[in-house]
Design a protein around this ligand. Structure first.
Ligand code: 5GP
Ligand code: ZN
Length: 111
């Protein structure tokens, strides 16, 4: 059994409503949102992080940000996309994902 939580969500073993879906990726609401809008863009094919991913899938996910941000009503006001990578980068799920966060004033720097 695949014990990767995002693979299980992609497979539908763990129910999670999809904000967006196509043949290569899904987008779901984060279970612990850091802001009023907090969506995770997740490729259907497992790969641990941005360094192991094929450039094409990263480009594909980024190409959908505008559409998803528009759908969520945060395109005009602005938002943040984040790829936490590795232990010190704060990555807790080792299946590539992009956080799309918005709906409030976001602070910077994030640490
Ligand atoms: P990371 O810390 O790896 O950058 O991001 C992982 C994100 O996945 C976290 O923001 C966490 O709240 C979210 N997450 C973990 N488990 C689940 C889950 O089962 N469902 C959903 N929707 N989000 C999850
Ligand atoms: Zn996975």
């Amino acid at each position: 059994m695949n014990d990767c939580i995002f693979c299980r969500i992609v497979e539908g073993e763990i129910p999670s409503p999809r904000v967006y879906e196509d043949d290569k990726m899904i987008a779901i609401n984060d279970v612990a949102p850091a802001a009023p809008v907090h969506v995770l863009l997740i490729p259907k094919k497992h790969t641990p992080n941005v360094m192991t991913a094929e450039a094409e899938i990263v480009a594909h996910m980024l190409s959908k940000v505008e559409e998803i941000a528009t759908q969520l009503g945060i395109k005009e006001e602005g938002f943040r996309i984040v790829m936490n990578t590795g232990e010190k980068g704060g990555q807790t799920v080792d299946h590539l994902h992009i956080h799309l966060i918005g709906g409030k004033d976001l602070g910077w720097p994030p640490c």
